[in-house]
Design a protein around this ligand. Structure first.
Ligand code: AMP
Length: 116
């Protein structure tokens, strides 16, 4: 069964796609955590970082090139942004189709909440 993000990539369910090529799709997060919150997703289904294969290195590196381009287009390249990949339950991964969050447009605060 296709993942939620595959259905967005294949235009079966709506999303605001800001970039797409043969390897990668970028679209606006439906529940943004910052003024700019874009998800950058491989078009092929990879459940999580744990499932990455060596022959996917080029394609996964391309996520960064797309992140740079989208950040420029969204006007946050100079002010800064954060790239986040959640992996597994401790990280709060909700959608098991590997994706990079691109967030920015405000001061993002500390990287992690510190807890005892
Ligand atoms: P993660 O917790 O890293 O798996 O992130 C999943 C992200 O997908 C969350 O930030 C959600 O807000 C986002 N999301 C869930 N459903 C949709 C959707 N239909 N369109 C866009 N973003 C979505």
């Amino acid at each position: 069964m296709p993942t939620l993000f595959s259905r967005i990539i294949n235009k079966e369910i709506p999303a605001t796609i800001v970039y797409q090529d043969e390897q990668v799709t970028a679209f606006k997060d439906i529940n943004p955590a910052a003024p700019i919150h874009i998800l950058i997703v491989p078009n092929v289904e990879i459940a999580s970082t744990n499932d990455v294969q060596p022959d996917q290195e080029q394609m996964l590196g391309h996520l960064f090139t797309v992140a740079k381009q989208v950040a420029q287009e969204q006007g946050i390249a100079a002010t800064g942004y954060r790239l986040i990949i959640n992996n597994g339950s401790d990280a709060g991964q909700e959608v098991f189709h590997l994706h990079m969050h691109l967030v920015g447009g405000r001061k993002l605060g500390p990287m992690l909440m510190k807890k005892d």
